[in-house]
Design a protein around this ligand. Structure first.
Ligand code: UDP
Length: 387
């Protein structure tokens, strides 16, 4: 039997899923995406004036510790090894991030051996917090108040629009402190940038006679999809799927102020502005994503974060306590549906990186296929949804 599937969303989840499904089973797939381009928030395109590959929705660095995920990406579009360097601007001075021995030496104004640095932080960290329950507690228990207020408090407040103590501790755990001089932002052994941009990866994934992509096509309700499909895979926002019945889940959206300038602006891809009085969170200079190319001009993005309304482009799921309660209710509703599954950052309301999205789409397809073969119900969500 040949199946007909609808995938809502042509981002990483939807495109990997589509390619895997057509490779594993006899099916025809329609993909709808409401935007005018592929690749969701990973969309990259070459700037017409400068020729620079611009990450239109903010900086994306592909990094993974799994060779198979690296190889999978490379199969569809070549990745070039790339090392991401981030500077933090605090009170008019630049420091290297993530916090490492250089940062500590710069910040405390003295040379520190790894042992001395460990002892210093041990003395500064808040040892009364034994089970950190939120971002702030996690930070204070790891690095103490001086580093926290210099590098994390202001940035996080601007980025998330709330007090850091309202955020999950897991957000802070993305940036561990290092007691060496390594200022490579990503420690995963496989870190790179697609030579031809992220859109090329997605374009090649969906380039298949049995996959048909329709852009500028919004999915509104199940009725809108009609009865043409045997199964629907939804990678849009889960609260929107249910017409916000229990209220909207909170997200941050971003706005970018673009400038084209002569020469080079800041000498590295990303500078974070960690003080609250600077209204933007970071400046990205896109030419540094492709250090193998040279350009006379440069493109920079100043990035501003704000609370997302339901018509805005969604970026970061906040996952506040109130969100998690709403999410539980949406999950229950989803579990009552037949023949619909939810995937990806928006479909499962999690702060996922690109490599995790690919990995989950691959795993999901295998589970889905097995369920079909064994005549079982396909998974509505992946097993690790609530991670
Ligand atoms: N963060 C911070 N200061 C920084 C960089 C990051 O406080 O200079 C915090 C902030 O809350 C941010 C989180 O750490 O949302 C994760 O940072 P990451 O660089 O992984 O964010 P992304 O690139 O995904 O926006």
């Amino acid at each position: 039997m040949s199946y007909r599937f609808l995938i809502v969303g042509a981002g990483f989840s939807g495109s990997v899923l589509a390619r895997e499904l057509v490779s594993l089973m006899d099916c025809h797939i329609d993909i709808w995406d409401e935007r005018a381009h592929l690749a969701g928030n990973c969309y990259t395109s070459e700037d017409e004036e400068t020729g620079i590959m611009v990450h239109q929705y903010g900086p994306h660095i592909f990094n993974t510790d799994k060779k198979e995920i690296w190889d999978y990406f490379n199969k569809y579009s070549p990745l070039r090894p790339y090392v991401h360097h981030v500077q933090a601007m605090h009170k008019g001075k630049l420091y290297t991030l993530p916090v490492n021995l250089n940062t500590l030496q710069q910040f405390f104004g003295k040379k520190l051996s790894p042992e001395e640095a460990k002892n210093l932080l041990e003395a500064q960290r808040d040892k009364s917090i034994t089970h950190p329950d939120n971002f702030e507690e996690q930070a204070l228990s790891l690095i103490g108040k001086y580093l926290y207020y210099a590098f994390f408090y202001g940035y996080t407040k601007k980025q998330w629009g709330c007090e850091p103590r309202e955020l999950p501790a897991s957000v802070m755990r993305r940036l561990p402190v290092r007691f060496d001089h390594n200022d490579n932002y990503h420690l995963h052994p496989y870190t790179g940038i697609p030579e031809k941009g992220y859109t090329d990866f997605v374009k090649n994934l969906v380039d298949h006679p049995k996959i048909n992509v329709t852009l500028n096509r919004k999915f509104t309700t199940l009725t809108d999809a009609g009865s043409d499909y045997d199964y629907i895979f939804y990678t849009g926002a889960i609260d929107r799927f249910f017409n916000y019945e229990f209220g909207a889940l909170s997200y941050r959206t971003l706005r970018f102020e673009r400038e084209i300038l002569e020469g080079t602006y800041q000498g590295c891809t990303q500078v974070n502005f960690t003080d609250e009085d600077i209204p933007y969170t970071r400046i990205t200079e896109h030419k540094h994503f492709t250090p193998w190319k040279t350009f006379d001009k440069t493109v920079i993005f100043k990035e501003y974060s704000s609370e997302a309304g339901t018509d805005d482009i969604l970026y970061y799921p906040k996952r506040l306590k109130s969100d998690k309660e709403k999410l539980e209710r949406y999950i229950k509703m989803a579990e009552e549906l037949k023949n619909v599954s939810f995937l990806g950052r928006l479909g499962t309301y999690r702060y996922l990186d690109m490599q995790h999205v690919i990995q989950e789409a691959l795993e999901f397809t295998k589970m889905f296929r097995e369920a079909l073969i064994n005549n079982n119900t396909a998974p509505i969500f992946l097993k690790f949804l609530k991670k």
